[in-house]
Design a protein around this ligand. Structure first.
Ligand SMILES: NC(=O)c1ccc[n+]([C@@H]2O[C@H](COP(=O)([O-])OP(=O)(O)OC[C@H]3O[C@@H](n4cnc5c(N)ncnc54)[C@H](O)[C@@H]3O)[C@@H](O)[C@H]2O)c1
Length: 288
């Protein structure tokens, strides 16, 4: 058996031809898993599978279509004998624009891919995992799923829905030895981000430069950084981790902005403030 933290495991990665999905396919493969790459992008998906070689398979899949997802899961079991990890990661930005101008056909498509797609992934993974008595389902949400003002309206709604769905399913599947968790990536250098910030999905350098200017940490977040979190959730190291949301977002959701009240300018005025008055001000250490 191959060595690695996912040795012997079989995984499906939707949206696996690009960005976070492709990064996760590489990480899963490096950790010894056999992987089915599922995506609507046939050329890129097949190229990734061919590059990684034995143990990596591409299946053209539309996650919003139940027959397609059923065939995907069946293909994983037929080729590799089981299904240990389902990573529901495919999504589109979808409907954009002011709420009063929302086009309902765009909204419906966004819901179909980003939420119905995740539901279908869970449904068909559970069909195989329940009799197996083991498995991990991981789904990708977004900072937009837990806070306003950072994403498109319908996208934000369905990304919140992914969390509700995953936690609900985690409760049902716990007795079957199946875990369900969510990952929240921050702004990552990917086609989706390039499309948004550089106006061209293939301009990854433009996306990287834009993220570098607005960075939270020492460098822009890469797909491999998110993949590292997904590998952990997929591995037996996370055996008792279920029903959680793991942000890999440089603190975007949990640590908010740049900590204004801890600014250096307050270093000499440490104390407390009450209704605009400064009280209990302490001298700086040098003055003490
Ligand atoms: N890029 C970010 O900054 C960011 C931030 C938070 C969350 N996310 C989420 O991360 C996930 C991956 O996004 P990414 O940044 O890697 O984007 P990406 O565009 O590089 O990858 C998404 C992949 O999903 C595929 N896809 C789209 N519709 C599909 C369908 N109907 N069936 C199957 N595959 C389909 C695309 O072809 C593409 O390969 C998404 O769920 C996204 O919402 C991304």
């Amino acid at each position: 058996m191959t060595a690695g933290r996912l040795a012997g495991k079989v995984a499906v990665v939707t949206g696996g031809a690009s960005g976070i999905g492709a990064g996760t396919v590489r990480a899963f493969h490096a950790e010894g898993a056999r992987v089915v790459v599922a995506d609507v992008q046939a050329e890129a998906g097949a190229a990734l599978a061919a590059e990684l070689g034995e143990g990596v398979l591409f299946r053209r899949t539309d996650v919003s279509d139940e027959d397609s997802v059923r065939e995907l899961v069946d293909a994983a079991v037929e080729h590799f004998g089981r299904l240990d990890v389902m990573f529901n990661n495919a999504a589109i930005i979808g409907a954009v624009g002011p709420i009063d101008r929302t086009r309902m056909d765009d909204a419906d498509l966004t819901i179909a891919i980003n939420l119905r797609g995740v539901l279908l992934g869970m449904k068909h993974a559970a069909r195989v995992m329940k009799p197996q008595g083991s498995g991990v389902i991981i789904s990708t949400s977004s900072p937009a799923g837990v806070m306003g003002g950072v994403g498109a309206h319908v996208y934000s709604a369905v990304k919140a829905g992914v969390i509700g769905l995953s936690n609900s399913v985690a409760a049902e599947l716990r007795p079957f030895g199946i875990r369900a968790n969510v990952v929240i990536p921050g702004a990552v250098v990917s086609q989706m981000t390039a499309d948004l910030v550089a106006g061209d999905a293939d301009d990854l350098e433009g996306a990287e430069a834009a993220l570098d200017r607005s960075r939270y940490m020492s460098r822009p977040l890469q797909p491999a950084d998110v993949a590292a979190g997904v590998v952990y959730l997929a591995s037996d190291e996370a055996a008792f981790v279920t029903g959680v949301v793991l942000p890999v977002d440089a603190g975007m959701t949990g640590a908010g902005g740049p900590s204004p009240m801890a600014h250096e300018k307050y270093a000499d005025q440490a104390g407390r403030r009450e209704a605009g008055r400064r009280v209990g001000e302490h001298p700086s250490p040098e003055e003490e």
